[in-house]
Design a protein around this ligand. Structure first.
Ligand SMILES: *Cc1c(COP(=O)(O)O)cnc(C)c1O
Ligand SMILES: [Zn+2]
Length: 455
């Protein structure tokens, strides 16, 4: 039988049940992490795990057709199948961005489309594990009345959906006017109690921590390390999609820094269990207006040494189009700093114009990106221009949400409402209904396109 427990990331001698209502180390108050019984997992040879994962991949044998639960033994062995709350998350497209890559001079660029998911972001991957664990806790007699989170919009959408699927009450706290219309309506539709607070994300976080001092209200923020277990399947899944070949680079937008830590954990576990032989280099991509990790990275670089925990100082995040990463005091910074050290990692940043133009350029090659993915694409461009990433390198960009959640951002870009004229702005052309007139107008437009060579 497989097992897992919570341990302290700072190394305190604590070992806690995954069914305990606990988020931080009781000794040092640092973050916890889930530690798996690796010896038990070694009972299967690497080739046998690969075969098992491939057999389950996107099939209907519930719950193993889910990208997360297909790796249940590595993720959440403490949850009984009967308590799994799954909406078929994961198994997302790994898209060869041939045309976009060519515009950057890259031959082997791939986009992992994590936003093509039930609620439209990668947050589903973590939330299925967290809500399933809560269902398991309730079945074991723990008195839990509700699950709560603070959110920049995607965590709350995922929590509300999985909570509703499980029949568990949900409370979400959102910064007023800082989430998109789609992100606000998602938890409303799923019946969550939605608090719209007159503060930013960091302020919502302080309130939800106070709320969940009451142990009957379970905290679903990414300080809760159960979510990391689901999100780490991004890494395992993408190497599986490459038939267990490891890419050279993985770029991921970072806000609270849970996801970059999770992806690192997935690669490390796959290496520990022999499914891969090496690690990619990781790049954490931040918005310039919410860039505390980038600043820490620069501080360390200026002194010619790797980034350490002491380099980090929280900032007050400025308003950014990449609203889901508008975080100045990220909770998972220690995990992220350790992860980047293990992966010879880098931190890069992108301005508002850079991220918006990267989104627009990529969309012109058939994608439909969110602004956070735009941050990663803009950082990729800088690293290619600097010669850090080379033409033949295999690069994966983690696309974190579906562009349809951010239509206001896209509309403003194309209508010129972002304070600059977008290089790829495209607006509808008003026409009458008279066929001859419309046809000649369309021919003129096509001719004009052909002249500019635009595609
Ligand atoms: C949550 C989120 C991020 C940032 O992930 P962290 O784990 O907070 O670093 C990036 N993009 C989108 C779309 C998100 O919802
Ligand atoms: Zn500790």
């Amino acid at each position: 039988m497989y097992g897992a427990h919570f341990a302290c990331i700072a190394g305190c001698d604590v070992r806690l049940s995954l069914l305990d209502v606990v988020y931080r180390c009781p000794r040092c108050h640092g973050l916890l992490e889930v530690v798996h019984d690796t010896e038990a997992l070694r009972n299967r040879a690497p080739a046998a795990w690969m075969k098992l994962f491939d057999e389950r991949w996107l099939r209907t044998g519930w719950p193993y057709g889910s990208g997360v639960w297909g790796k249940k033994e590595w993720v959440a062995p403490h949850v009984d199948d009967a308590n799994v709350v799954s909406l078929l998350e994961g198994g997302t497209n790994l898209f060869w961005a041939e045309r976009y890559g060519a515009t950057l001079g890259l031959e082997d660029l791939w986009i992992k489309q994590c936003g093509t998911s039930h609620t439209g972001s990668f947050k589903d991957l973590g939330m299925t594990v967290l809500v399933s664990s809560v269902k398991q806790m309730i079945a074991a007699g723990r008195p839990i009345r509700a699950v709560a989170c603070a959110s920049t919009g995607d965590t709350s959408a995922a929590l509300a959906a999985y909570g509703a699927a499980a029949g568990i009450p949900v409370v979400v706290l959102l910064p007023e006017a800082k989430v998109s219309a789609a992100q606000l309506v998602q938890p409303l539709a799923n019946g969550a109690i939605v608090g719209s607070l007159a503060t930013d994300f960091d302020g919502c976080m302080r309130v939800v921590q106070r709320l969940t001092e009451d142990p009957t209200i379970y905290l679903a923020n990414s300080m809760n390390s159960l979510r990391v277990e689901g999100q780490k399947t991004i890494a395992i899944e993408l190497v599986q999609q490459f038939d267990w070949a490891v890419p050279d680079w993985v770029l991921v937008p970072g806000g609270n820094l849970g996801n970059v830590s999770a992806i690192a954990k997935g690669f490390l576990q796959a290496r520990e269990l022999g499914l891969i032989g090496r690690l990619p280099r990781l790049v954490c991509c931040q918005a310039e207006r919410a860039n505390p990790l980038y600043r820490a990275f620069l501080r360390a670089q200026a002194q010619g040494r790797p980034m350490a925990r002491e380099d980090f100082e929280p900032v007050v995040a400025g308003t950014t189009l990449a609203s889901a990463i508008q975080i100045g005091d990220p909770v998972s910074r220690d995990k992220a700093i350790a992860a980047l050290a293990a992966f010879d990692g880098l931190v890069e940043q992108a301005s508002e114009v850079e991220l918006a133009e990267a989104v627009a350029r990529a969309d012109r090659t058939g994608m439909f990106n969110c602004p956070h993915t735009g941050v990663a694409l803009a950082c990729l461009e800088k690293l290619v221009a600097a010669g850090t990433i080379a033409r033949h390198d295999r690069v994966v960009v983690i696309s974190t949400a579906h562009g349809l959640k951010f239509t206001e951002f896209k509309t403003r870009y194309h209508e010129g409402g972002l304070g600059f004229v977008g290089a790829h702005a495209n607006v509808p052309v008003r026409m009458g209904a008279e066929p001859e007139a419309v046809v000649s107008q369309l021919h003129a437009l096509l001719d004009a396109r052909e002249k500019t060579g635009a595609r």
